[in-house]
Write a protein that binds this ligand. Structure first.
Ligand code: NAP
Length: 375
C-alpha cells in the first residue's frame, strides 16, 4: 500500500474555498464499468487545481481485482493532506480530475476473489492516500488497507480515528517511548492529531498533560477532554507557563504539530533528557533549531512521519494501528468528531478547517449508518 501523510508546509492562510459545491451530472473523468444494476453514484471531484470541488454523478466503478474490496462509503475523515492536494500544494502533485480523501468508513458490498479478511456487509475502515477517492459514495480499497470497525464504534467515529490516533500513538509510544505518569506538552491540542495525543497520553499512559491551543473556548474544551493544564498561546507565554506549572522542572515529552517559533519554545520547555517530537508545521514555517538547545539539557528532537512507515517499516505501521484498535475495543480512548458536513458541503468543510474553527476531526457524512448500500 502506497501511503503518504500531509506535507509539513501548510500555507493555510492563503487557501480559500468557494462555499457552494457545484452539482453536475456529466462525468469529467471516465471510469471502466461492470455490468450491474446500479446506475451511478455521487462523488466530489477536483476538476481543476485550486478550484472548488464539484459533486458529480459517475458510473459504477470498474470490476474489482482479486485483492480489492468495494465499499459503500458512510463517512470520510478529512485530513489536511486532502485539502493541500486539491490546492496543488501537497508533495505529490495529482493530475486532474481526481477525487480526494484517503480515510473512509463504510460497509463492504463486494470482495475480490482472493479476499478472505472481510465479507459482504462488514463494517470497515479503509485507507488509501496514494489513489484517494474517498469523497464518494463508493470506494475501492486494497484488502490490506481495510480493517473491521470495532463493534461499539459508529461509522462516523471510525472515519475519524486511524490517521490521527495512529500518528499520535506512534509518536508517543514508539518514538518518544513515553512512560506512565510522565509530563507531556502537546501543541495544536484541540486539532485532530493533538486531541488524539491528549487522549492517548491521559488515558493510556496516565500522564500529566499540558495542552496548548488558541482561545478560551478551546482551553475549556480541552479541560473537558482530560487535559490537566491548558495554555492559551494567544494570551500566555508557553515557556513561562510550563515553568510555572512544572515548578521549573520542565516537561518530559513535547509533541508539536505547529512548528514555526512554537517548536523552539517547546524545546526550551523540556526538562533534563526530555524528548521533543516534531510532527507537523501547521504554522506554515519550518523552524531552524539551534543544536545547543538540545545539548544543554541532553534532550532529543525526533521527527515523526507516520505514513512513511507503510512502506519503510510496515510492521511498525501496523503495530500503531493495532494498538489504537486495541485501546478502542477496551474503550480506553474516545475519538472526537467536532463537526460533520454533507458531501455537497465539502468545500465548506475544507474552509472550516482552514479557518481553524475545527476541534477534533471534521467528517463528511456521506450516508446514515442504517441507510442501505448504494450498489
Ligand atoms: N507527521 C505526521 O505523520 C502527521 C500526521 C498527521 C498530521 N500531521 C500534521 O500535523 C499538523 C496538524 O494536523 P491536524 O490534522 O491535527 O490539523 P487540524 O485538526 O486542522 O489542527 C491544526 C491546528 O493547528 C493550530 N494552528 C496553529 N497555528 C496555525 C496556523 N498558522 N494555521 C492554522 N492552524 C494553526 C490550530 O489550532 P489553534 O487554533 O489552537 O492554534 C489548528 O486548529 C498538520 O501540519 C498535519 O499535516 C502530521
Amino acid at each position: 500500500m502506497a501511503f503518504r501523510t500531509p506535507p509539513e508546509v501548510l500555507l493555510r492562510q492563503c487557501l480559500r474555498y468557494r462555499s457552494v459545491s457545484k452539482i453536475i451530472t456529466k462525468p469529467s473523468h471516465s471510469v471502466s464499468q461492470v455490468p450491474c444494476a446500479a446506475a451511478s453514484y455521487k462523488t466530489a471531484v477536483c476538476v481543476k487545481i485550486g478550484a472548488p470541488l464539484e459533486v458529480q454523478h459517475l458510473p459504477r466503478p470498474r470490476k474489482l481485482n482479486a485483492r480489492e474490496v468495494l465499499i459503500s462509503t458512510h463517512a470520510l475523515g478529512i485530513n489536511f493532506a486532502d485539502i493541500l492536494t486539491c490546492k496543488g500544494q501537497y508533495q505529490d502533485r495529482r493530475k486532474t480530475p481526481f477525487t480526494p480523501g484517503g480515510e473512509i468508513s463504510g460497509k463492504v458490498v463486494e470482495v475480490g476473489a482472493e479476499v478472505s479478511k472481510v465479507k459482504i456487509g462488514d463494517r470497515v475502515i479503509a485507507l488509501d492516500f496514494a489513489k484517494s477517492g474517498g469523497a464518494s459514495e463508493v470506494f475501492v480499497a486494497p484488502a490490506e488497507a481495510v480493517f473491521p470497525v470495532p463493534e461499539h464504534l459508529s461509522l462516523v467515529d471510525a472515519a475519524a480515528t486511524v490517521v490521527s490516533y495512529s500518528t499520535a500513538m506512534m509518536a508517543l509510544s514508539r518514538k518518544a517511548k513515553l512512560k506512565q505518569r510522565e509530563r507531556v506538552l502537546i501543541t495544536a491540542a484541540a486539532g485532530a492529531t493533538g486531541l488524539a495525543a491528549v487522549d492517548i497520553a491521559r488515558n493510556l499512559f496516565d500522564c500529566e498533560v499540558i495542552a496548548v491551543c488558541g482561545g478560551v473556548d478551546k482551553c475549556n474544551f480541552l479541560k473537558e477532554r482530560g487535559a490537566n493544564y491548558t495554555i492559551d498561546y494567544t494570551k500566555e507565554n508557553i515557556r513561562e507557563r510550563v515553568k510555572e506549572i512544572t515548578k521549573g522542572r520542565g516537561v518530559d515529552v513535547v509533541m508539536d504539530q505547529v512548528g514555526g517559533d512554537t517548536l523552539l519554545d517547546c524545546i526550551k520547555s523540556l526538562g533534563f533528557e526530555g524528548r521533543a517530537l516534531t510532527v507537523g508545521y501547521a504554522a506554515g514555517s519550518i523552524p531552524n533549531i539551534p543544536a545547543n538547545q538540545l545539548l544543554l539539557k541532553s534532550s532529543s528532537l525526533i521527527g515523526v512521519f507516520w505514513g512513511s512507515y507503510a512502506l519503510s517499516n510496515p510492521a511498525a505501521f501496523m503495530e500503531s494501528i493495532t494498538q489504537v484498535f486495541e485501546a478502542l475495543s477496551q474503550k480506553k480512548i474516545h475519538p472526537y468528531v467536532g463537526n460533520t458536513f454533507k458531501l455537497e458541503q465539502i468545500n465548506e468543510a475544507f474552509q472550516f478547517i482552514l479557518d481553524r474553527k475545527s476541534v477534533g476531526k471534521v467528517v463528511i457524512k456521506i450516508r446514515e449508518e442504517d441507510h442501505p448500500a448504494v450498489l
